[in-house]
Ligand binder design. Structure first.
Ligand SMILES: [Zn+2]
Length: 121
């Protein structure tokens, strides 16, 4: 199975917005008026709409609503997710619903396959 991180894995529909030193989904950004030309965040910095090319050192969730945003992971991010999934299986640590979202998105990680088998068994 191809590692989606090595191909163009940015989902075509995905756009995220960077503002206030955080990442937001498009709906939350629109609600804040950040979809207008020249929009600035509360710190006076230009709001940026990002359509690809971003990677996360941890899985990305919207700052406003918490929605999981399927931004590809760096190697550090893959290690982070692997550890989080393993910790859940070993100690029950973590939020099951969120970890399932992570495992389904980053299914190519060996830990994700093991995790999904275990929680869906
Ligand atoms: Zn949101």
């Amino acid at each position: 199975m191809a590692n989606p991180r090595l191909v163009d894995s940015w989902p075509r529909h995905l756009e995220v917005v960077t503002a206030d030193a955080a990442i937001w989904c498009a709906s939350c950004a629109e609600r804040r008026g950040w979809d207008k030309d020249g929009a600035v965040d509360t710190e006076g910095n230009e709001v940026e709409w990002v359509f690809g090319g971003m990677e996360g050192n941890t899985p990305t969730h919207c700052e406003g609503c918490g929605t999981f945003l399927p931004v590809p992971l760096t190697r550090a991010g893959e290690a982070y997710v692997t550890e989080a999934l393993n910790e859940f299986l070993e100690d029950g640590y973590g939020i099951r619903k969120i970890l399932i979202e992570w495992a389904e998105e980053f299914y190519y990680l060996p830990a994700a396959e093991k995790f999904l088998k275990a929680v869906k068994a």
